[in-house]
Design a protein around this ligand. Structure first.
Ligand code: DSN
Length: 451
């Protein structure tokens, strides 16, 4: 199947060449670079068609068969299919597929379960937790009393601390989930602790929901009351989110599903994005196929291969490795706050990662001491362990070029970073690595050049 229309954008190029030109450039950046931000993925052409469809024109406040507008002969069945596929895929009795994305979905969960001022527990941000799990600059940390838990010195969630804090603080809600955590979650242990203190246990499995569907990570379904997942990470769907209520959740509160639905609409959102919901349905269909199990297993194998390659080159990883789709490089052996140098130098070579805090980071979240990288997109392109070993080596080469840069005091930072950026543009090793990256990407085409 020719994919040329992706590139040519014939109608858009005529109507608005400026935007069309920038989209083409972005497509080339994605295609000819290594996209290793672990919360990203490449969606299939089928999903792109659903997402770019006329469904975006439809206003659809309410839920299937309970709408506030007319014209639902086709949109209601689409949303119903998405709901039924979500229920079947994850084995839950209730699914809401309308959340615009992860942060509003988490807010809807708070709205359904908590009152302002209630205590909540989540993994601390620099230990790998998410902003919406109670961080002070997020509304979750402003409206609720946040009691963060942490990882131990080996990078595993400190379950003794979770238990102690839960018993001391008696939170209303406990989050289990993360954005930068490389180990499997012990959902069973969390479930026991939540039950002991009468808390709601909510899994935020945004990063790992694709791995769970693929059988590459254990499922939280039997141990938590509800689950939030974004749809665009390892699940390989459109940008969006879902909230799932489990049987355990309905046993704790038979009205939980209704409360969640009311919190999403009308509590928090207006009209759902039906084009996004159709693409979610297609993504769930793809994720229930046998090939997706192979995909999930390969994502993890690839992350382990990258981890071994980096360790082999002397880099330090948080927790010393990975059990899932991502690795977190701890750059403190070279000094503090070096994530910015590594991520910008890698970008110059066409390798896209993100600077990230590490547990007990001595630097600020703006200039953290780590970089986070993952394998979902590379695996979608068909890359395997051999390619990961090469990529791990190239990443180590680039980090080696910039590990000596030192972050100066605030006043001198802008000038220093300007000079640093000029240096990496002129660095021969980084330029060579960039050529190798482009050549590798050309051998694993996804949207372009499949003809
Ligand atoms: N910021 C996302 C991530 O990159 O993991 C989560 O919201």
């Amino acid at each position: 199947m020719s994919m040329d229309w992706f590139y040519d954008l014939p109608n858009l190029a005529r109507a608005d060449p400026e935007i069309a030109g920038l989209i083409k450039k972005e497509l080339e950046r994605q295609e000819y670079g290594l996209q290793m931000i672990p919360s990203e993925n490449f969606i299939s052409p089928a999903l792109l068609e659903a997402l770019g469809s006329v469904l975006t024109n439809k206003y659809a406040e309410g839920y299937p068969r309970k709408r506030y507008y007319s014209g639902f002969d086709f949109v209601d069945p689409i949303e119903t299919i998405a709901i039924e596929r979500a229920k079947k895929a994850f084995g839950v009795p209730h699914a809401n597929v309308q959340p615009y994305s992860g942060s509003p979905a988490n807010l809807a969960i708070y709205l359904a379960i908590c009152k302002p001022g209630d205590k909540i527990m989540g993994l601390n941000l620099s230990d790998g937790g998410h902003l919406t799990h109670g961080w002070k600059t997020s509304i979750s940390g402003m409206l609720y009393q946040s009691v963060p838990y942490h990882v131990d010195e080996n990078g595993y969630i400190d379950m003794d601390e979770v238990k102690r804090l839960a018993h001391e603080q008696k939170p209303k809600l406990i989050w289990v989930g993360a954005t930068a955590y490389v180990r499997e979650f012990d959902f069973e242990a969390f479930g026991k602790i939540a039950d002991e203190v009468g808390a709601y246990l909510i899994a935020d499995m945004s990063h790992i929901s694709g791995l769970i569907l693929a059988g590459a990570h254990r499922s939280p379904v039997d141990h938590v009351h509800a689950i939030m997942t974004t749809t665009h990470k390892t699940l390989r769907g459109p940008r969006g989110a879902m909230i799932l209520v489990t049987r355990k959740g309905l046993e704790k509160d038979p009205e939980l599903a209704e409360k969640i639905d009311k919190a999403v609409f009308p509590g928090l959102q207006g009209g759902p994005h039906e084009n996004q919901i159709a693409a979610t349905a297609v993504a769930l269909g793809e994720a229930m196929r046998p090939e997706f199990r192979e995909y999930g297993a390969q994502v993890v194998k690839n992350a382990k291969a990258i981890a071994s390659a980096l360790i082999g080159r002397g880099l330090k990883l948080v927790s010393g490795g990975t059990d899932n789709h991502l690795v977190l490089v701890d750059l403190t052996p070279y000094g503090i706050g070096k994530g910015v140098f590594a991520s910008e130098a890698l970008e110059e070579a066409g390798v896209f990662v993100n600077k990230n805090t590490i547990p007990r980071d001595p630097a600020s979240p703006f200039y953290p001491s780590g970089v986070r990288m993952g394998t979902p997109t590379l695996t979608t392109r068909g890359m395997k362990e051999d390619e990961m070993r090469l990529i791990g080596d190239w990443i180590a080469d680039v980090i080696n070029e910039v590990k000596g840069y030192e972050l100066p005091e605030k006043e001198q930072r802008a000038e220093y970073l300007k000079k640093f950026r000029a240096d990496i543009r002129n660095n021969e090793k980084i330029r060579e690595t960039g050529q190798k990256v482009r050549e590798l990407c050309s051998r694993f085409p996804f949207y372009l050049g499949r003809g």
